[in-house]
Design a protein around this ligand. Structure first.
Ligand SMILES: Cc1ncc(C[n+]2csc(CCOP(=O)(O)OP(=O)(O)O)c2C)c(N)n1
Ligand SMILES: [Mg+2]
Length: 365
């Protein structure tokens, strides 16, 4: 009788690796071999601009919420590079499926600041944006956009369109069944979809180590048979490079990829949260050393491409854009109450016709 193999003598039939991409460190020094755009200030300055505008907008949105002029708002403080690095790698014809924390990506795609305010002010007209009409509205139900993205990518494949669905979500989303189902079929059907997970270490008050025992989130793609890469999510150069590569591969028929952008949520979860109740402020303070905006700014300064005057001009421009958008938002009249019946049915059922008529003229708006 043949001798039984010891467990450690069994043949290894598969091995997997997860790579990590980072170029611009917290010290603003470049390491490794970044793509050519890392040396091109004319491409980097718009990234800095968009990140600064996102931050100025967030700050103002919180002030509006605190004074009763906006609903609950999710700040993306510290995570601007993840949104903008990815959005800047997309083409107009690609489709963005954002989470609620991708304000920066929306801004990059051309959504107006007042439209974002309308959305968070509870006005659905904020989902009808000046950005590409095919982009999806902000997704609040965690991970549900992952399955939508697979549907979008399936349509691209069916129609033979060289377009890519770019789906953004958080670390918490990787624990949802939807995400697994989406990733599974994305690769069974070799669809042009890129899953980007901003791993900001928290899902409201749940820290990453209680979320998953996985060493990385990127490896979750491996079970579905495709590549997962981890990237320094506060290094906008690395995020953009990773997204460019994944999007190009998807467009060329290479199927899905997964990018885990490691970052840190410097703010409360939303304006309805008080993170000081579950994480020490000193921990958050320590993370400020890694935030993405100062990192890129110092790099540009060291390149001789950015100075004090540029910074002052940028700050004034951001301030002015935000203030002007807030004025337009506040001047937008609410929709009349009877509009709640619109867009629900192709033909309004009889029972509602009377109710709609009753409300007409009842509003002083
Ligand atoms: C399906 C679903 N369950 C629960 C919630 C409530 N909820 C809102 S945000 C959130 C945490 C999400 O964390 P993560 O995916 O890491 O994204 P982050 O907020 O950190 O960007 C939860 C549980 C929700 N919006 N949708
Ligand atoms: Mg999170």
């Amino acid at each position: 009788m043949e001798q039984q193999l010891m467990d450690e003598e069994l043949p290894v039939i598969a091995r997997f690796e997860v790579r990590r991409r980072s170029y611009l460190g917290p010290d603003s020094v470049i390491r490794g071999r970044p793509p050519a755009f890392a040396a091109d200030a004319s491409l980097l300055i718009p990234l800095l601009h968009a990140m600064a505008l996102t931050r100025a907008f967030d700050l103002k949105a919180v002030a509006l919420q605190r004074t009763g002029r906006l609903g609950t708002y999710p700040v993306s403080l510290g995570e601007e590079a993840a949104s903008i690095g990815v959005a800047s790698a997309m083409r107009d014809e690609d489709v963005l499926l954002p989470s609620y924390r991708n304000t920066g990506a929306q801004i990059w795609r051309g959504v107006k600041l007042e439209e974002i305010l309308l959305f968070w002010g509870g006005d659905e007209r904020g989902s009808f944006t000046s950005g590409p009409a095919h982009d999806f509205p902000v997704c609040i139900p965690v991970a549900s956009q992952t399955t939508h993205a697979v549907g979008v990518a399936y349509a691209f494949k069916l129609r033979r369109e060289p377009r890519v669905a770019v789906c953004m979500c958080g670390d918490g989303a990787t624990s949802k069944g939807d995400m697994w189902e989406a990733m599974n079929f994305a690769n069974v059907w070799k669809l042009p979809v890129v899953f980007v997970v901003a791993n900001n270490q928290w899902a409201i008050s749940v820290p990453l180590k209680l979320q998953t025992a996985s060493e990385t989130l990127a490896q979750k793609a491996i079970a579905a048979g495709f590549e997962g890469e981890q990237v320094d999510g506060n290094d906008v150069i690395a995020v953009r490079a990773a997204a460019e590569r994944a999007i190009a591969a998807a467009r060329a028929g290479g199927g899905p990829s997964f990018i885990e952008a490691v970052t840190y949520r410097l703010s409360d979860h939303t304006t309805a949260d008080d993170a000081a109740r579950y994480r020490p402020p000193e921990d958050v303070q320590a993370r400020w050393k890694e935030e993405p905006i100062a990192r890129l700014r110092t790099y540009l300064v060291n390149m001789g491409a950015w100075g004090k005057q540029d910074e002052e001009r940028l700050s004034t421009e951001c301030q002015e854009s935000v203030e002007a958008a807030v004025a337009r938002y506040l001047a937008t009249r609410p929709r009349p109450p009877e509009s709640m019946f619109d867009h629900l049915y192709a033909e309004l059922p009889h029972a509602y016709v009377g109710q709609r008529r009753e409300l007409e003229g009842a509003s002083d708006a």
